[in-house]
Ligand binder design. Structure first.
Ligand code: ZN
Ligand code: ZN
Length: 420
């Protein structure tokens, strides 16, 4: 019979890569807790309308990349393509805006986008999503970037750059829109079909286009950064001042725009040249009007997402755990009686302990212990039991010790020998 396989762009994750995922999550959790962020779990499936309204109906994500289907009840549902929309929904639904002046939240989990699979990019991918609601002060934006620095430092990722820009507010964007439309009107014949449509509806989206001609035309265009209103300019200056105070540096990339409509003011991407052409592995920014647009009170927001798959590509393998691992090789029924007491004693001592489930020869059990890379092997047969001892073999030095056959003291005795 033909075997069933995963969907294209979906995969099973295990081994070293999963170890890295867990390590990244643990380090992120550490710093997020340090800075008073609270973890929240969100549903993967939401109403399609949530994403159309928040991300914007002219964005690539909503137009081309969502896993959307109609369920048995006839509702249009979507597998979340990103986490901010769900975070805002949860923030509003739980009424946090009424009970907390500031809400700092984070979530971890899979997201889904129907993109062409490529290196480090999958249709199911994992993000750590961080959001702060209720803070207008650009101090929080600088604080988030500082946290990213600490996180990458601990993960020993050195080759990265933080690119920042301001995408302004509706006020400065409206005046810039006219400048932009005037410019692109003169280059109309070079734009692709999508961008012709964008020119009427959302000319800023032209900057996201992956069409080579459109990229060329965009390169010469006027920049929103030069048309920021007074308030947005001041906000960005203060942001830079805070970045200086934290003592790290950012690169201003005036062409940086994010592929979602809800961003305002400061946006950023963390990139690494180690990742090749698609070099961003974290991204985020401010969304000061999104909460209001989703039916809540006017509440500023800012946040970012970590692309876990991509960060894992540039994270070094965690150095091996230094506590030794043990294996129990037993011969005969009498010896097997000691298995469960030993399992329990080693678990209580937080020591890794493995064994064979079926009856095998000593030779085969030793081979198995070798394949598991056990540091020490206990050997127990009738002879040892008669003498009241158990043999402990150091697999590296091949030295063997005889220890008193008492499961309750064996973990302690074994650790003592392992540090010698
Ligand atoms: Zn503005
Ligand atoms: Zn285009």
């Amino acid at each position: 019979m033909e075997k069933i396989k995963t969907l294209r762009g979906f995969r099973d994750i295990s081994g070293e890569e999963l170890d890295k995922f867990k390590h990244i999550e643990a380090v992120a959790r550490k710093y997020l807790n340090l800075l008073n962020f609270t973890e929240i779990e969100l549903p993967i499936l939401e109403k399609t309308e949530l994403f159309v309204r928040s991300i914007g109906d002219t964005t690539d994500i909503v137009e081309k990349e969502m896993f959307t289907f109609t369920d048995i009840g006839g509702d249009s549902l979507t597998m979340r393509p990103e986490a901010t929309a769900g975070m805002v929904r949860a923030y509003l639904q739980s009424g946090l805006y009424a009970t907390e002046r500031v809400s700092k939240l984070f979530t971890m989990g899979p997201m889904f986008r129907h993109e062409k699979p490529q290196k480090g990019r999958f249709r199911e991918f994992h993000q750590i999503d961080v959001e702060a609601f209720g803070i207008d002060d650009p101090l929080i934006d600088a604080e988030l970037l500082w946290m990213i620095h600490m996180l990458l430092d601990e993960l020993r990722v050195n080759n990265f750059e933080i690119e920042v820009n301001s995408v302004g507010c509706p006020e400065c964007r409206e005046s810039f829109r006219r400048v932009l439309v005037d410019y692109f009107e003169t280059k109309k014949e070079m734009l692709c079909e999508d961008c012709m449509r964008r020119l009427d509806r959302n000319p800023l989206r032209i900057f996201d286009c992956k069409n080579n001609q459109c990229i060329e035309v965009s390169k010469e265009s006027p920049l929103l950064f030069e048309y920021l209103c007074e308030g947005c300019r001041r906000h960005f200056d203060e942001f830079q001042h805070h970045v200086d105070s934290f003592g790290f540096s950012v690169t201003i990339n005036k062409r940086l725009v994010r592929g979602l409509d809800y961003y305002t003011r400061t946006v950023f991407e963390v990139t690494s040249n180690d990742l090749g052409a698609q070099k961003a592995f974290m991204a985020g920014g401010r969304y000061d009007n999104l909460v209001e647009e989703m039916g809540g009170p006017k509440t500023p927001g800012t946040g970012f997402a970590i692309g876990v798959e991509r960060l894992a590509l540039i994270t070094l393998k965690e150095s091996a755990i230094t506590t030794p691992t043990f294996f129990f090789a037993y011969l005969g029924e009498r010896a097997k009686q000691y298995l469960i007491p030993l399992i329990k004693a080693f678990a209580e001592a937080n020591l890794s302990f493995s064994y064979s489930y079926d009856r095998r020869s000593l030779k085969s059990q030793m081979r198995y212990a070798d394949s598991l890379e056990a540091d020490f092997v206990f050997i127990l047969g009738d002879d040892e039991i008669d003498k009241g001892i158990v043999v402990l073999r150091n697999m590296k030095t091949k030295i063997q010790y005889e220890l008193l056959l008492d499961p309750s003291i064996l973990p302690r005795e074994a650790i003592k020998l392992s540090v010698e």
